[in-house]
Design a protein around this ligand. Sequence first.
Ligand code: XMP
Length: 420
Amino acid sequence: MIKKTPETVILLNFGCKDIQKYARAIRSEHIYTMVMPWTTPTQRVMQESPVGLIVCRDAAAPERPAELDAFAKLGVPLMKAEGSFDAAAAIAFCKQTCGCKGLWTVDSFIEEAIADIRAQVGDKTVVLGLSGGVDSSVTAALIHKAIGKQLTCVFVNHGLLRLGEPEQVQKIFRDTFDMNLVYIDATDRFLDKLAGVNEPEKKRKIIGKEFIDVFAEAAAKTNAPFLGQGSIYPDFLESIPLDGNPAGVIKSHHNVGGLPENLKFELVEPLARLFKDEVRAVGRKLGLPEVMIDRQPFPGPSLGVRCVGEIKREYLRMLREADAIFTEELRASGWYSKTWQSFAVFLPVKSVGMQDGQRRYGYTIALRSINTSDAVTAQVVHLPWELIEKVSMRIPAEVEGISRVVYDCTPKPPATIEWE
Ligand code: XMP
């Protein structure tokens, strides 16, 4: 990789829970920050040519005078943020003591990433698994900007996507961006394998394995030596043990997604240095539509874990239609962007309903809306009652086969975010 990023400030993690937040806070001033554990060898730190070091330590974490001393002797300005972190003071340190001018911008990132991708790939080709999620979409747009038709995206429709998703992804990437896009409709293959399977983990395993098989087949056909991947900075940081092995500064690259051993790719990961909101900013700059940029997280097994118990085509149809109504109303009321995840769940539970004066025996849709900072715990969103009521009226009226809608009021814990 060509390293041209000027003004790198390194935050040394001496035991600081919120260090990613601090790294992000300084980046908002267009100063590039990296997080490294205190166990990082000083030579490794110096490889990044840092203009400043910030030692971050929570009050409860032990002092490590020997390590601190080793970093202090490097001849790079060092600031100690111990016990508490004052973002304004840290930014002032970067600007005044380290001389940072704020050169890390979306434009400079894109320019540098394009140069890096071109240098890495040369005249060879890249294959990328496009899910339609934010990270893979922005990765595709960025690699495409760098190497155009040398990139082939593979989009697998496993039959568990939401309403309109396959059409939307094809429209944006094939029609608008004019990318090489291989669209594989593997619906039957997945749903046949899932028929009669009730157990959530078994469903997940089937979906995961089939996905890899279908993608690997398609990727092998492209003969591309490179695999584009949408890993972002927190994916790497979260895998660094705080007091652990310095070799883990960059996560060992085991083809994430578990591609078979015989498929050897070199990875192209242009977003590896970005936080999520920076990924979104890059996506906007590259012209991706807002509906793609502001999308909520969506689990890999997709509607498979939102269709409780056995998956049937008819159940998926009801779930898709109900989910689309919920999303439409969330967007219309401005609540979509105020919630971390909001979605519908299909429950194969029948109850009596009334429509047009007739008794109707139909299935149940649960609505779930949560906020969280890390998905480890989650709070239920107190959506306006009028919104819940409107969605609860629309779904049974518009979705054939549904007679009842319930709102899931359980936080995590004790419940998980997904129903399966
Ligand atoms: P839970 O249900 O465990 O979900 O509270 C936490 C977050 O993870 C997502 N999730 C998954 N994502 N594969 C994924 O890629 C999965 O199997 C999976 N299960 C849950 C979930 O949507 C939530 O954001």
